[in-house]
Design a protein around this ligand. Structure first.
Ligand SMILES: Nc1nc2c(ncn2[C@@H]2O[C@H](COP(=O)(O)OP(=O)(O)OP(=O)(O)O)[C@@H](O)[C@H]2O)c(=O)[nH]1
Ligand SMILES: [Mg+2]
Length: 417
């Protein structure tokens, strides 16, 4: 071969090598340093990320700059695209992920949840799924979940600082509380790990490195059920309607787990009036203008929400203030009232959404959409008698009332007998 041709071939090989490196870099998982908000797309690798076992190519571009009219959301029967539940959705994708906190032993229960989420929604959208654990995930967990998720899967190990007692907690006092709660037979009252879980879900899941580059999350727990088809992308609904938090079930909290939570909240309101939103949902949380808590909260085992809201100064100030007061350990504060009170006070009312058409079960409550025609058009398999929305122990009617929303036809027949 002539010297000129050899040089030519060498140029081609070098160009090919550069292209291969660029391709590899642009397709690697989004990771970032713990506890920092990303400022650029290129970030150091996450030391706690476990190797991803599948990198399914997401063929649909994540975009916030799209023509929504070109890809209408199929919100109700008859809308364009309503009848298409088989092809991959051609619309844009949000920067969003499913997220699950689980133990290795939860593998078969989370497998059931994933199967339902995929069958009813994600097989047409292929969103990613982040799994988080305080112990390393084992191969079985990774293999089973990766085989079920249609998008990319990522596995993260939670750092000890996010799953342990902060230094200001008095261990003796916390131990005594657990013993007292065990005597009173308060559910999970004697559990340390449950408390770490609640504190983690309240203050840390959204700033794990694997979560940092996402904008929206959808929380999924083991053993949940989805009863109806989901005909549109709820992440897009959140984005296009400027929603920051959403729920499907709401109820009253067990007061023995949060006796002083509202005192801490009032202290926060006093110290940080700048974080309290105009037009908030105080009326959902309190019947006396904020003096006392009525215990209403959104059930956080299902959530679709904005990660940047949770990472905002307002939310972090709120979490840090509660954490400092110690109620995650001196009582048994749950992440559900913590998220709910934060959303209720620091978001304007219209940024909280009730997903009526996402039918859901987590033991022991069911959200089954009211109205036979709706249930049939969504091909639901839930028993409407099980619907919790309008029962006496649900707070959903209150949510409708404070937002001047009309309750669906037939709701009165679903009240307590
Ligand atoms: N890695 C890890 N995950 C946990 C631990 N405890 C709970 N979780 C997860 O945290 C979430 C909430 O825990 P659950 O035990 O479901 O709590 P719950 O929903 O209040 O109670 P249940 O009625 O038992 O479902 C689930 O996704 C669990 O898999 C733990 O110690 N380690
Ligand atoms: Mg659960």
């Amino acid at each position: 071969m002539a010297a000129g041709s050899v040089r030519y071939v060498r140029y081609i090989l070098v160009a090919f090598f550069i292209l291969a490196v660029l391709y590899f870099v642009s397709n690697s998982s989004p990771v970032g340093p713990a506890l920092t908000i990303p400022t650029s797309k290129t970030q150091p690798a996450d030391k706690n990320a476990q190797p991803t076992t599948k990198e399914a190519p997401n063929t649909h571009k994540i975009s916030t700059n799209y023509d929504a009219d070109k890809y209408p959301l199929a919100l109700k029967p008859g809308d364009p695209g309503w009848d298409d539940l088989t092809t991959i959705n051609s619309g844009p994708r949000m920067n969003a992920t499913f997220v699950t906190l689980a133990r290795n032993g939860d593998v078969w229960e989370i497998a059931k949840s994933i199967r339902q989420v995929e069958d009813r929604f994600n097989r047409r959208y292929n969103y990613d799924w982040v799994f988080l654990n305080d112990q390393p995930f084992d191969d079985l967990f990774k293999k089973v979940t990766t085989s079920l998720v249609s998008g990319k899967t990522h596995y993260g190990l939670i750092p000890t600082e996010h799953w342990s007692f902060p230094p200001h907690i008095d261990q003796e006092k916390a131990k005594k509380v657990r013993e007292d709660m065990a005597q009173k037979k308060i559910i999970y009252g004697d559990s340390i790990s449950y408390r770490h879980m609640c504190r983690f879900e309240s203050g840390f899941f959204f700033r794990q490195p694997l979560m940092m580059n996402y904008e929206y999350y959808w929380r999924v727990e083991p053993s949940i059920k989805l009863f109806c088809d989901i005909h549109y992308d709820p992440f897009r609904y959140m984005h296009e309607n400027n929603k920051k938090y959403s729920f499907v079930l709401s109820l009253y909290e067990y007061i023995d787990t949060i006796p002083t939570l509202w005192d801490s909240v009032k202290k926060f309101i006093k110290n940080h009036p700048e974080h309290i939103a105009a037009g908030n949902s105080m009326a959902f949380l309190s019947d006396d203008g904020g003096e006392t808590y009525n215990k209403c909260h959104f059930w956080s085992n299902f959530e679709i929400g904005s990660l940047s809201w949770l990472r905002s100064k307002a939310y972090l100030d709120f979490f840090n203030s509660l954490d400092q007061d110690g109620g995650f350990f001196y009582e048994r504060w749950g992440d559900a009232p913590v998220h709910s009170i934060a959303a209720g006070l620091m978001l304007p009312k219209d940024q909280i959404h009730f997903f009526n058409d996402i039918a859901y079960y987590h033991v022991p409550f069911t959200h089954c959409p009211t109205g036979e025609a709706l249930r049939q058009s969504l091909r639901c398999h839930c028993d409407p008698k099980e619907n919790f929305d309008w029962k006496g122990y649900s707070c959903t009617a209150r949510f409708f009332d404070i937002n001047n929303m009309e309750k669906p036809e037939g709701w009165e027949q679903e009240k307590d007998a």
